[in-house]
Design a protein around this ligand. Structure first.
Ligand SMILES: [Cu+2]
Length: 150
């Protein structure tokens, strides 16, 4: 019986019927990081639909929350609690902006891209705090998008 079952699974895998295993990636919430103070590390990540981000309270007084104006249509908004690990699964393709609620105005943001999509095509919404906008522009530039713009 076991043999038959594993043979069937192997067969489905060969046909590409079984989707790739969803992955989980860790994101540190930091008071000081490589790119300055009040940062997520990594600051930018590309996921496959169904992947999960685990936000870790590496330093104190941070959380992870979705930015309403940077949430793809149909995606569910979320807001983690301060100083607590928060896991979020991203099912809907598109570009997400993530913020730390207490430090949004200080530019503590992260870019999450689910599925395909060039960062050069990202349009930042008008309602971002100035330092959050600047941080997003830096993140997009570091991701290599600036080069493709010419
Ligand atoms: Cu913070």
């Amino acid at each position: 019986m076991m043999l038959r079952r594993s043979a069937l699974i192997a067969c489905l895998c060969l046909l590409g019927v079984v989707p790739a295993q969803a992955e989980t990636f860790d994101v540190k919430m930091l008071t000081r990081g490589v790119h300055g103070s009040m940062v997520f590390e990594p600051e930018d990540i590309t996921l496959a639909p169904g992947d999960t981000l685990r936000f870790l309270p590496s330093d104190r007084s941070h959380n992870a929350a979705s930015i309403p104006s940077m949430l793809p249509a149909g995606a569910v908004a979320f807001k983690g609690k301060i100083d607590q690990e928060t896991s979020v699964t991203f099912d809907v393709p598109g570009v997400y902006g993530i913020k730390c609620s207490p430090h949004f105005a200080m530019g503590m943001v992260m870019l999450v891209r689910v599925g395909a999509g060039s960062p050069a095509e990202i349009t930042l919404p008008a309602d971002l705090p100035e330092r959050a906008r600047t941080r997003f522009e830096e993140i997009i530039e570091r991701s290599g998008a600036a080069g493709s713009k010419g």
